[in-house]
Ligand binder design. Structure first.
Ligand SMILES: [Fe+2]
Ligand SMILES: [Fe+2]
Ligand SMILES: [Fe+2]
Ligand SMILES: [Fe+2]
Length: 442
């Protein structure tokens, strides 16, 4: 059945304000929740934060709008704020910062992989694949700490749906921000799907950045604090990268329309996929609210731009966040593109051996890692607890870890504390030997 969001009836705006009991929902149980319910909860918080923040920017900067419409945008912003609280606070108080962090990186991996496979624009797809391998490595680095500090096995959070193994090493994600800037799409020719895909991943990445900014200090361990700082800084680059794909000449009215449409599409997908009956009720009511926001945004767009909203968002729903296991796709990209880097002209991608000596990102990497790279220390430290790194993957992929590291590691601008392929191999050998010894005792 076709679903045209512009033709669907939403919840009347005067019924959207809720009381505190309704706003603060009952959290899920971390031991029972489906990992993809958690990823939906994390993503929708990010979507709401973006939608709320955008409305404030809109009202701060826009002069060509009358008082009635400005007031309406402000009223919708209040509703986004209430939705954000509901989404974010579904998270239970006993879910640790590291557990939630693994959830954030699982969002990034499985969402970006879904988007890459459902992205009609080849260049945008390539950018998704590029970002994907970086968040994939973040998941691995945090998993080391989750194990060391809190005894959390990766599968306690990712539930066997997402592999946890080395990706493009985090110390090589630090670039000159100028190089992170991508070519933007053309608003007149690009499909609504591309626009929604980008705004969805951008909202997720921005919230990941904010979460690390607000929680990385909550551990006393200095190396872990530094790891949060390092990865947070990469998320800043991800925000820079994904937002630069957006045509900056879109009007604020167009952007308002796209924000509401993106919310509709994401709640629609959540509602279709949700397995938790209690949480599903929120996706349903929030979808109804967003259909009304979209209608108001479409009316404002028509009034000021004198154009048909379908020119921007089309007439069909888009599925931007279908969470499902993406192991096969991620492994394919990992093996093919772990050695990819941002090209010096700031538009394309190169393999590592095509990068010139004066590549602007070398300077950034040499500076930030001049003492050491915290993300490398994750492995250096976990080996004392576990002989080798914490990895969850098929035997086939596990057997390729050292080769992957060889392919992904740069010769230049690597930190002094880098775990080399030889070091990793010897950790693995030691671990295997210990396993044999342990088996003999048992
Ligand atoms: Fe919203
Ligand atoms: Fe990440
Ligand atoms: Fe990211
Ligand atoms: Fe909205």
């Amino acid at each position: 059945m076709s679903f045209n969001p512009l033709k669907e009836k939403g919840l009347p705006f005067e019924k959207q304000l809720r009381n505190w009991h309704q706003i603060v929902a009952k959290p899920y149980k971390k031991q029972k929740v489906d990992c993809y319910t958690r990823t939906r909860q994390i993503l929708m918080n990010g979507i709401e934060v973006e939608s709320w923040g955008f409305k404030h920017q809109f009202n701060r900067f826009m002069t060509e709008i009358d008082d009635k419409d400005r007031a309406n945008i402000s009223r919708i912003g209040r509703i986004e704020n209430q939705q954000q609280m509901t989404c974010n606070w579904l998270c239970p108080q006993d879910q640790s910062v590291l557990e939630t962090t693994l959830g954030y990186e699982q969002v990034a991996v499985d969402l970006t992989a879904w988007l890459a496979q459902n992205e009609p624009d080849k260049y945008v797809k390539e950018t998704f694949d590029f970002g994907l391998l970086e968040d994939f490595d973040h998941l691995y680095r945090y998993a080391q700490y989750a194990y060391m500090r809190e005894g959390i096995e990766p599968n306690d959070i990712v539930q066997g749906q997402t592999d946890v193994i080395i990706g493009r090493p985090t110390q090589h994600h630090h670039n000159c921000n100028g190089l992170r800037l991508r070519k933007h799409y053309d608003k007149t020719t690009t499909s609504p799907q591309t626009k929604v895909n980008i705004l969805t991943v951008l909202s997720g990445e921005q919230q990941t950045h904010n979460f690390y900014a607000e929680h990385g200090f909550m551990y006393g361990d200095h190396v872990l604090r530094e790891t949060y700082a390092e990865i947070k800084d990469v998320e800043e680059e991800h925000v820079t990268m994904y937002e630069s794909l957006i045509d900056p000449s879109e009007s604020m009215f167009e952007k308002l329309l796209l924000h509401e449409f993106t919310e509709v599409c994401n709640y629609y997908t959540c509602l279709e996929d949700e397995v938790d009956e209690e949480i599903k009720k929120y996706w349903e009511i929030f979808l109804d609210m967003e259909l009304e926001h979209l209608k108001i945004a479409a009316d404002i767009f028509k009034k000021y731009e004198k154009r048909d909203p379908e020119e921007v968002i089309g007439s069909e729903i888009i599925i931007p966040c279908r969470f499902q296991s993406q192991k096969a796709y991620v492994q394919k990209i990992l093996e093919k593109e772990i050695n990819k880097r941002l090209a010096p002209n700031g538009e394309y991608y190169n393999s590592m051996d095509e990068i010139p000596e004066d590549w602007a990102s070398y300077k950034v990497q040499e500076k930030v890692s001049e003492i050491s790279a915290p993300s490398e220390n994750c492995i250096n430290v976990v080996k004392f607890y576990h002989d080798r790194d914490i990895v969850v993957a098929s035997e086939n992929l596990k057997n390729k870890e050292v080769t992957l590291l060889e392919k992904g590691l740069q010769k230049r601008a690597s930190a002094d504390n880098t775990v080399t392929p030889d070091m990793l191999q010897s950790m693995i050998d030691k671990h295997e030997k210990r396993k044999e010894e342990k088996n003999k005792i048992i």
